[in-house]
Each structure stands twice: as C-alpha cells, then as structure tokens.
Design a binder for this molecule. Sequence first.
Ligand code: ZN
Length: 69
Amino acid sequence: MQDTLRATSAGRARRRPKTYGDERVCAEGECETRLSRYNRETFCFAHSPAKYRRMRGEFTAEYSAKQHS
Ligand SMILES: [Zn+2]
C-alpha cells in the first residue's frame, strides 16, 4: 500500500506539466495581462470567451443608442 503511494507521487513529481510559453499575454487587443505558462487559454480570466460573449461592446453601444433616440 505504502509502496504504491510512494511510486505514484514520485511519478507525478517527475512528470513535467505541460506549459504553453512564458511570455504570453491576453489575446484581447488592449489587454496586457500575463498568462500563466500553465494556462492553455489565449485570454486572461477577465476576457475568457465565455464571459466576453456576455458583455459585447457593440451590443451595449447599439442598445444605449436606441435608448436615446
Ligand atoms: Zn485580458
């Protein structure tokens, strides 16, 4: 039991985590947030596509323009 446990953790420690590059920043044009080399996303947390879709600038601008006309 203990041998198995030790072997598992040793194997995990030796295994290098996949990295995605050291000097990556968020793919959002103006955003300079550094991305972790372990983060496989191309956007920072704030600009990750799932959230980004919900707050599209175009929609907001168009919507408020309609409200004012
Ligand atoms: Zn960003």
